[in-house]
Design a protein around this ligand. Structure first.
Ligand code: FMN
Length: 188
């Protein structure tokens, strides 16, 4: 199984989550690539079986580099004919969408649109989205938003507990995929 961790991170929070996912996948002996999304990033996503796409939340959406990457990729797959109406599910193609967010105004509800946006991208490509992960991340550069928002004092987040949760969820996803695989082998 080929895995890709694709992420953006402006202050390092989302990168810490991405690196913890990477550690778990590598410890399981999986083939993993980690790519930080840039302005030029172009990737054939269909060469991977499991993709993690992560972004910090900015104004309820993913950051611009992620959104631009998604738009470029959609246009590319429209041209190649891979993106077609009804978006049929591609067997064996899975994704997880994750974010880090500070939620200073309304809590997790301001992170939900960002992750749903990324999820819809994968669903258009026919990937099955197995989960959405929301991790609290200190609002870099804003003491007020890191201490007096809806989530209270979030300084130092993601902390080791947050990263442990990511570690456990990543292990859980690998278990799910093992079950899918053994079930599909049995039903052949
Ligand atoms: C300019 C700016 C805008 C932000 N907008 C939001 C937002 O709308 N909702 C939210 O929950 N967090 C928001 N945040 C907080 C970041 O999403 C959060 O700190 C995240 O963990 C940063 O990740 P990074 O360190 O990987 O860049 C914002 C942060 C900045 C600096």
């Amino acid at each position: 199984m080929r895995c890709l961790i694709l992420y953006a991170s402006l202050g390092g929070n989302t990168e810490r989550v991405a690196l913890r996912i990477q550690d778990v996948l590598r410890a399981e002996g999986l083939d993993v690539e980690s790519i930080k999304v840039g302005h030029e990033t172009q990737i054939n996503l269909y060469q991977y079986d499991l993709i993690f796409l992560g972004s910090p939340v900015r104004l309820w959406l993913p950051v611009k580099t992620v959104m631009d990457f998604v738009r470029r990729t959609i246009i590319h797959y429209q041209k190649t004919g891979d993106l077609i109406p009804c978006s049929p599910v591609r067997p064996g193609k899975y994704a997880i969408c994750f974010c880090t967010y500070a939620g200073p105004h309304t809590g997790i509800s301001e992170a939900v649109p960002a992750v749903k946006w990324m999820r819809t991208f994968f669903e258009h490509l026919g990937f099955v989205v197995l989960d959405e992960w929301y991790t609290v991340g200190e609002f870099t550069g804003s003491e007020e938003n890191s201490t007096r928002g809806r989530l209270g004092d979030i300084k130092g987040r993601p902390n080791e507990d947050d990263l442990l949760e990511i570690e456990n969820k990543t292990k859980g996803i690998l278990e799910v995929l093992k079950l899918f695989r053994s079930h599909s082998l049995r039903s052949r």
